[in-house]
Write a protein that binds this ligand. Structure first.
Ligand code: ATP
Ligand code: RIB
Length: 303
């Protein structure tokens, strides 16, 4: 089982706004869409669209969103046999996207918040090496237990949304940690805003026990720190329409490229191309590109 995603499925309720609202402000939106999302499901769709056999493990609610979320995964080629229907509502994300593609997101976990040890036990980890992708939209205890179970596999954790209460024992369970700049700041106390501060934060996180740390910097690209390498990879220059799930596109692409045996730098270039294509289109899962689109893009762009 090459790519396994243990994480969230959300229905994204997306409002287009002229600018992001301030506290206490009411704004008139210019458009609305209901779009399948959730960091886990988005990463699964990204990997499956690139042609990798991908399985999702998680929970939806018993509301009308549950079947739609599973349908969206299946349409992309993701195996949903291990997504179970829970009591209560599915996860939802309330998203505002402004005219330059920036966003604000409030996630209400719903069924994702009920993921527990029984779901960890259902992870189909076999002797075959696989990549396990996780995020922080399911309970931390489940992520930690899954990482412990998957110690013979490549474990990639996107620590999103940010949380500052990670136990010291967590870092050593993770092969690759991929915070964005907000998450890297909250995890380290370094105010991450450029390549230098991202590298500083990445070094701190690596010293806590994670083998490779990649800090995602939006249009500034990403930095990577491993035992043998420290480098910055600029982003591809594209016109961003909607950056929702750019980080998920990146992680899905990274997982597939590493699983296929590409080097860290090659895998990050591939991941950056997947992410760049995703920001050129609206919506979380609908914006994930196919392998053919990524190959065409890489043939005609340099980062
Ligand atoms: P999200 O939370 O919306 O999923 P994120 O905050 O985790 O995203 P970002 O740092 O915004 O992740 O972006 C991830 C990657 O996507 C970047 O490292 C970069 O490669 C690519 N990317 C993001 N924004 C842009 C952009 N405007 N132009 C080109 N590439 C971009
Ligand atoms: O990373 C983007 C995702 O974050 C959205 O799809 C939304 O569901 C939130 O979880």
């Amino acid at each position: 089982m090459p790519i396994l995603v243990f994480g969230s499925l959300n229905m994204d309720l997306v409002a287009q706004v002229p600018r992001l609202p301030q506290a206490g402000e009411t704004l008139l939106g210019t458009g609305f869409a209901t779009v399948p999302g959730g960091k886990g499901a988005n990463q699964a769709v990204a990997a499956a669209r690139l042609g990798a056999p991908t399985t999702m493990v998680g929970r939806v609610g018993n509301d009308s969103f549950g079947p739609l979320l599973c349908d969206s995964l299946r349409a992309a080629g993701v195996n949903t046999d291990l997504v179970v229907a829970d009591h209560g509502p599915s996860g939802v994300a309330l998203i505002a996207v402004d005219g330059v593609g920036e966003n604000q997101i409030v996630v209400v976990p719903g069924a994702n918040g009920h993921v527990d040890a029984s779901d960890v036990g259902r992870l189909p980890l076999t002797a075959e090496p696989s990549v396990l992708l996780m995020q922080f939209e399911i309970p931390l205890m489940a992520v930690q237990a899954a990482a412990e179970r998957a110690s013979d596999h490549l474990v990639i954790v996107d620590p999103a949304p940010a949380r500052a209460d990670l136990p010291a024992s967590f870092y050593g369970l993770i092969d690759i940690l991929t915070p964005n700049q907000t998450e890297a700041s909250q995890l380290t106390g370094v105010e991450v805003h450029d390549v230098a501060t991202a590298m500083e934060a990445a070094q701190i996180l690596r010293q806590r026990g994670t083998s490779i740390v990649i800090v995602k910097l939006g249009s500034q690209g990403a930095v990577a720190v491993s035992k043998s390498e420290v480098f910055h990879l600029p982003a591809f220059q594209v016109a961003a329409v909607d950056t929702v799930a750019a980080g998920d596109a990146f992680n899905g692409g990274l997982a597939v490229a590493l699983w296929e045996g590409q080097s860290l730098r090659e895998s990050m270039t591939w991941a950056s191309a997947v992410a760049a294509l995703s920001v050129m289109n609206a919506g979380a899962q609908p914006s994930m590109p196919t392998r053919e689109q990524v190959e065409d893009f890489l043939g005609s762009h340099s980062s």
